[in-house]
Write a protein that binds this ligand. Structure first.
Ligand code: F6R
Length: 258
């Protein structure tokens, strides 16, 4: 893996936006895989800024989000549909027909998962997949115990995930305990380049395990990324605080920019 170390969250967001911009510019039509949560908020703000400066356009970009809570409708303020429109889509020139987010309120959830898998395949795969990482090492909502070959499906959320995301709901009781998540197998097979972003000390233990060589069993879901040939991790110093010398030796570690 390639690891880019940055000093601040602001820098992480700028470096991530550089990768996205480079991918968008290198293709006439670009497919992005998108994550939600706290980590990519700065990235999306950067992309909006660059769009306003006319440095990028989203007209020829298709997007696939990783996940959505089961039962939430797109208009629900806690949904990832709402999040994406709030932080990115409504500020840029996205073609709404090219936006894909699993429909958590679908009557036939399994059918929705199958439909989502086909849609990703039909688009020709993902040029750049953005990932965050949970404190428990999840990617998407693939919680510990998920296999490295899993497909898009309905998943149960762990207590620690509910706790971490409760801030986005009026109360924990109001939180769905299930989500539709792209599988790790889907991410590994469909993405040509994966960009994992991690910021803050709360992520240091998960980042350390993700990169340690004896962790490829899928017990820590993010360690499955070791099976992919083209992963870039952008870490701030706090998230990278536990990296051992062997991890630094075995991976390509860069300071600062693209
Ligand atoms: C969100 C997602 C999750 C988050 C992870 C980290 O679409 O798939 O895996 O990336 O929970 O969340 P934050 O960035 O809020 O710490």
């Amino acid at each position: 893996m390639e690891i880019t170390l940055v000093s601040t969250y602001q820098k992480l967001s700028e470096v991530a936006a550089d990768y996205v911009q480079e991918t968008m510019k290198s293709r006439a039509h670009c497919v992005l895989g998108l994550a939600t949560g706290e980590t990519p908020v700065g990235l999306y703000a950067q992309l909006v800024r660059r769009y306003r400066r006319r440095e990028i356009s989203f007209k020829n970009t298709t997007t696939f989000n990783l996940d959505e809570y089961v039962g939430l409708r797109p208009a629900d303020e806690s949904s990832y549909h709402y999040y994406m429109h709030r932080h990115l889509f409504r500020h840029v020139d996205m073609d709404v027909n090219k936006i894909h987010i699993p429909l958590g309120a679908a009557a036939d959830l399994e059918g929705e998962c199958r439909r989502y898998e086909y849609a990703i395949e039909d688009s020709g795969g993902i040029d750049l997949q953005i990932l965050g990482i949970g404190r428990n090492g999840h990617i998407g909502f693939n919680e510990p115990g998920s296999t490295c070959t899993g497909r898009t499906r309905v998943v149960q959320l762990e207590a620690s995930t509910l706790e971490a995301n409760a801030q986005y709901f009026p109360s924990v009781q109001d939180m769905p305990h299930e989500a539709i998540s792209m599988g790790i197998g889907t991410v590994l097979e469909q993405s040509r380049h994966i960009l994992l972003l991690a910021s803050g000390a709360a992520k240091a233990a998960a980042v350390e395990k993700m990169l340690s060589a004896d962790e490829t069993t899928g017990k820590l879901p993010a360690s499955c990324l070791q099976l992919h040939p083209n992963v870039t991790c952008v870490l701030d110093y706090d998230a990278a605080a536990n990296l051992s010398d062997s991890v630094v030796r075995e991976n390509r570690v860069l300071e600062g920019g693209v």
